[in-house]
Design a protein around this ligand. Structure first.
Ligand SMILES: [Zn+2]
Length: 200
């Protein structure tokens, strides 16, 4: 007979025994009522599908021009890394570093880390260091701010609209889709299911 698994409430730290739940059910803390964990059938498969699609859009967002500006017949286009380099060259190194960290590095780590975790689980294997990877991803996640960057780009484009013709690039549309897919992936991800397999 195996020992019952204990789980601590995130809100009040009360230790409680885990019990099996029906599909779609949620376990609540006996003292404060906070949700301890849920059982969401096929949540990891859905998360993997959203993450793989997000990976494709992330590659497109970095490979194609973000936006093109047309002034007096002259057309200028830039991609994301080009924008980071331009900020760096204009002595805005802190901003360039932040844009690179929040828009390129952090989403890249998040997407590749999730694929590293979920693809082997889908194939019935536990990837090495799954627990450490899950903790690492939870620490990296707050640094992914693609939507803040997108908002900044849209505000700049509106301000520039009367000075030049704006041609939205493939990367801009990809960023829009990427924001939705990352949100869908985060909403469908149930880390409890990964922890349950790590403990097996
Ligand atoms: Zn509690």
């Amino acid at each position: 007979m195996t020992a019952p698994t204990l789980i601590a409430c995130h809100d009040c730290d009360l230790l409680q025994r885990e019990t099996a739940l029906p599909a779609g059910g949620a376990a609540c803390c006996g003292r404060c009522g906070a949700v301890l964990y849920r059982r969401m059938p096929e949540s990891l498969d859905r998360t993997l599908a959203f993450t793989l699609a997000a990976g494709v859009l992330f590659l497109l967002a970095n490979a194609f021009p973000l936006v093109g500006l047309e002034v007096q017949g002259q057309r200028n286009a830039t991609d994301l890394l080009g924008a980071v380099c331009a900020l760096w060259d204009q002595d805005m190194r802190m901003v360039a570093g932040l844009v690179f960290l929040t828009t390129v590095l952090s989403p890249a780590i998040e997407i590749s880390g999730m694929i590293y975790l979920l693809l082997p689980l889908r194939l019935g294997r536990l990837p090495p260091g799954a627990g450490r990877m899950l903790r690492f991803l939870q620490a990296v996640k707050p640094w992914g701010m693609v939507e803040v960057f997108m908002l900044g780009v849209l505000v700049s484009l509106v301000k520039l609209a009367h000075l030049a013709s704006i041609v939205p690039g493939i990367a801009l549309w990809s960023f829009g889709g990427l924001i939705l897919l990352l949100a869908a992936s985060a909403a469908s991800f149930n880390p409890h299911e990964v922890w349950a397999r790590v403990r097996l």
